[in-house]
Every structure is written in C-alpha cells, then in structure tokens.
Design a protein around this ligand. Structure first.
Ligand code: CA
Length: 351
C-alpha cells in the first residue's frame, strides 16, 4: 500500500516518526523543529512505500535541513538497525567530506549485506546543510565510504562492475609480502603512490580476499559464490568468482561460439575467445576499462605496466588462484592460475 503525499507537502506521520527517531542523536537541535521542513520529491524506497513522502520525480531530494550532520547520521544508524535496507546508504554517506565518524562509533558492521539495498545512496552536503538521498543506478559513480574514493561503474550483461581497479589500503613496498595484520595493504607499481592513483593497487591473493576462504559459483545458472567474498571491496561489493569472470567473458563475446570459447569449468586454461580482450581493455566496447596495470612479481619486483594487466578471482587452486589477464598485443583473454604471491589488480563486482 502506498502512502504518499504530493511533492512539497508535509511528510506522512510514519516518515516523520522515522526521522524523528533518526534525529535522536541530535535531539536538542533537530527533533524540536517541525519536520514539515521536509520537502520530498522521491521515495525512500519503492519496496518500502510506506516511507514515501512523494512520487519519484527526480534522482535526489532534500530530506530536511540539517543542523548537526554528524549526530544526525549517528542517529540514523541507531534508528535504522532494524531497517537494513538503508544502512548501506548511511555507510555511503560516511565518506563524504566533512562527515567524520570513527568506526568505533558505528555499532553495526553492515556485515549483513543480504538485506541491504544498494539502490540508494545518502549524500550529505555540509555546505548546503542538507541530507540528500539519491537513487543509485549501476553506471553511476560509486563512492567508497571508507576513504572517499570514487569509482565509475558499468553494467555488463547482468553484472554491475567497478570500471576502475580498486585502490584501497595502505601502500607497502613490493619487497615484502602482505600479511594478515588487520590492515589492508596494497602495492603501488614501482612503489609509487601516483601509480596507485592511476592504475589502482596491486594485491596478493590472500590480502585481496581479506583472508577469507576460496569459493566459486556452481556454473552458468549460478556464477556467483553462494556467499560471495567481500574481501577488501567496499560493503555491498565482492571479489568476482572464476565463474563470474566467465559470465563477463560471455557477455562481451560476439563470436557466436561463446559457450565453447568460455566454458564453465576449472580445467580450461590459456588464451580464449576472439576479441573479448580488446573489448575489456581501456576504451574497449564493453566499458570494463581494463587497465594494463602490470603486476608485482613474486620476487618483489614490478613488471608489465602498460603491457599487461591481471585480475584475481575468488577461486584458489592449491597455492595458486584463478585469474584473468589482458595483454596489449592480444585481442583475447587469458585464463589460468597464478601463484597467490603475485600482486594483481582487483575489480569489485556488485553483490
Ligand atoms: Ca594486511
């Protein structure tokens, strides 16, 4: 049942109540103010239409004037614990400049992604003193709430990919191994921060997985792991499985023999397909924008920048793990297993 009010009209009682509770962290400043200041031109979530104050007519709307954004966010987190669908929106807001909330202040870890809608992003504009909730679609930029880094995204087939390599964590020199030390470590090609900015970080497999167990999908019908591994990706995103890379390859494949070119198995290795590598590389037709970021070799040196790029999947094979490679001189895609000690690029895939 929809309970909407026309645009610009006072919020429904229910909406008011939710935001009164949400504003509890800033009770003295906000909750005494009438929430009729709330002008809404979009629904909070179509599937939760009882929260709506108006019809969807634009991609963002002003929730209310905000006097104390920090406490407001904190209040929302408390209030929305039982409403996981909006937690990710709150999390996304945490990286917005000017809103600094220590992790210790967040009692919910956002670990339960199964109930979290990824379709809404809360933006806090401290200059204007407003909170905006924007409808987020694949293809929109995604801001990693952990460090404020923005990633372009692209829908390929039915998968929503980051169109940039992940660049998250603290840089460490290539000469040492990354370790399970509670800190996400990254290599930057030639130990240069600037290369991370351009090409993303390079991660050893275990570090990329955040020391989670290997997994794969079950085939064409279910290419994702039953429990996708978030690894070092932002909440709501995960390390692609080997089969999810197969799904990607098939989605960009135009040969007419795609199912045999890109089989769902863990035995076929080598160069596959016809022009899919070209499609997946920078400026290719797919929009994947696969950079030839090079890699960190097992001896600690760096190699291949501008010539080849390598991407981990979540599937291991003994002391190695499955990945994909793109090379400047090859129109096809290489699939195979590589020592987990290599430092490769990471593409996060939306859950
Ligand atoms: Ca680490």
């Amino acid at each position: 049942m929809r309970r909407e009010a026309p645009n610009g009209r006072p919020c429904t009682k229910k909406f008011e109540r939710i935001f009164r509770v949400a504003a509890a962290g800033a009770r003295s400043k906000i909750s005494r103010r009438p929430l009729t200041a709330c002008t809404v031109s979009a629904c909070l979530a179509p599937e939760r239409s009882e929260w709506c104050c108006g019809a969807i007519s634009s991609r963002s709307f002003t929730v209310l004037q905000l006097l104390d954004p920090k406490n407001f966010i904190r209040g929302i987190i408390r209030a929305m614990k039982k409403r996981p669908a909006v937690l990710i929106a709150v999390a996304s807001a945490l990286g917005i400049a000017g809103i600094a909330i220590a992790a210790s202040q967040i009692s919910d870890t956002f670990a339960d992604t199964s109930k979290i809608s990824q379709s809404y992003q809360l933006n806090v504009d401290t200059t204007a003193g407003q909170v905006k909730l924007a409808v987020w679609n694949c293809g929109d930029s995604f801001t990693d709430y952990r460090d404020g880094t923005a990633y372009t995204t692209v829908l390929i087939g039915t998968q929503c990919w980051m169109a940039k390599n992940l660049n998250y964590g603290t840089r460490v020199n290539g000469s040492g191994n990354q370790t399970n030390n509670g800190t996400v470590e990254k290599y930057c090609y030639s130990d240069s921060d600037a290369n991370c900015t351009t090409y993303g970080g390079l991660y050893q497999w275990d570090e990329a997985m955040d020391y989670s167990s290997s997994c794969n999908g079950t085939g064409e019908g279910s290419p994702a792991c039953a429990s996708p591994v978030r690894g070092i990706c932002p909440d709501g995103w995960h390390i692609p499985s080997h089969y999810e890379y197969v799904a990607l390859e098939r989605a960009v494949c135009t040969s007419g023999t795609c199912t045999t070119d890109f089989p769902y198995d863990t035995s076929t290795t080598g160069w596959r397909g016809t022009n899919e590598g070209t499609s997946l590389k920078q400026n290719g037709a797919s929009g994947f924008e696969g950079l030839l970021a090079g890699y960190r070799d097992t001896d600690g040196s760096f190699s291949g920048l501008g010539s080849n790029g390598h991407f981990w999947s979540s599937l291991e094979s003994g002391s190695s793990a499955w990945g994909r490679s793109l090379y400047s001189g090859n129109a096809t895609v290489y699939r195979g297993t590589y020592s987990k000690a290599y430092g490769f690029s990471i593409r996060c895939l939306k859950d």
